[in-house]
Design a protein around this ligand. Structure first.
Ligand code: SAM
Length: 216
């Protein structure tokens, strides 16, 4: 089947999850095959995570869709992503915040940060900055952030990330070890913080100062 048809079928299949239209449109505009390695390119438009090297994965499209939906991204927002991986999720968020917004995405593995930069450039996004670092404690450089998206599982919600979230901000973060749940963290305008756990998810671990230690 042609790539374009596979892409349409994939995005249509996400409708049943109740994903907002702006996210589906953004996912239709980002060619996932530009973000996966050559040896798995035939599976670019299947709803599964795929290996991207260094023991890491590009998340399944339905997971990217759910996180972007819960983040309720708006044009002009400043977003921090922790775990760039292939750069695919960053590209979807870049579509949603538009040229007026910006995505700062941190990746701890140098080769993946380099790969993501190449992918993001090939896809033509100029509103994404990729930083090679341990992002488990966020980044003070551009804080506070309107939205924070953590794409690897933390043992608990790192305090610095809550501090770096704007009042009125939203963070999505998978939390847990053997079983993980996706948390939606809302910081209200008065600074109070509400945490809500959604269903079970499976993510690679967040490794770093506020995550798991490398040997765990
Ligand atoms: N969002 C990615 C995409 O669209 O391809 C998928 C992310 S992958 C599931 C999780 C990524 O988090 C991995 O690339 C991993 O190296 C990275 N990671 C783990 N701990 C990290 C940390 N402390 N700081 C930054 N990145 C981290």
């Amino acid at each position: 089947m042609e790539r374009e048809i596979q892409h349409k079928l994939l995005i249509n299949s996400l409708r049943s999850l109740g994903i907002r239209q702006s996210v589906l449109d953004a996912m239709m505009r980002v060619p996932r095959h530009l973000f996966v390695p050559e040896d798995v390119i035939a599976s670019a438009y299947t709803d599964t995570p795929l290996p991207i090297g260094h023991g890491q994965t590009i998340s399944a499209p339905h997971m990217v869709a759910i996180m972007c939906d819960r983040l309720d991204l708006r044009v002009g927002q400043k977003v921090l992503e922790i775990g760039t991986g292939s750069g695919y999720n960053a590209a979807i968020m870049a579509e949603l915040v538009g040229k007026e917004g910006h995505i700062y995405s941190i990746e701890r593995i140098q080769q993946l940060a380099d790969l993501a930069k190449k992918n993001i450039e090939a896809a033509g996004y100029e509103n994404v900055t990729i930083i090679r670092d341990d992002g488990s404690g966020g980044s003070l450089d551009h804080a506070p952030y309107d939205r924070i998206n953590v794409t690897s599982a933390a043992p608990s919600i790192p305090n610095p990330l809550i501090q770096q979230l704007s009042n009125g901000g939203i963070m999505t973060i998978p939390v847990g070890n053997f079983t993980q749940r996706l948390y939606i963290v809302r910081k209200e305008l008065d600074g109070s913080v509400h945490k809500e756990a959604e269903g079970e998810v499976v993510f690679v671990p967040l490794i770093g100062k506020y995550g798991f230690q490398e040997h765990e």
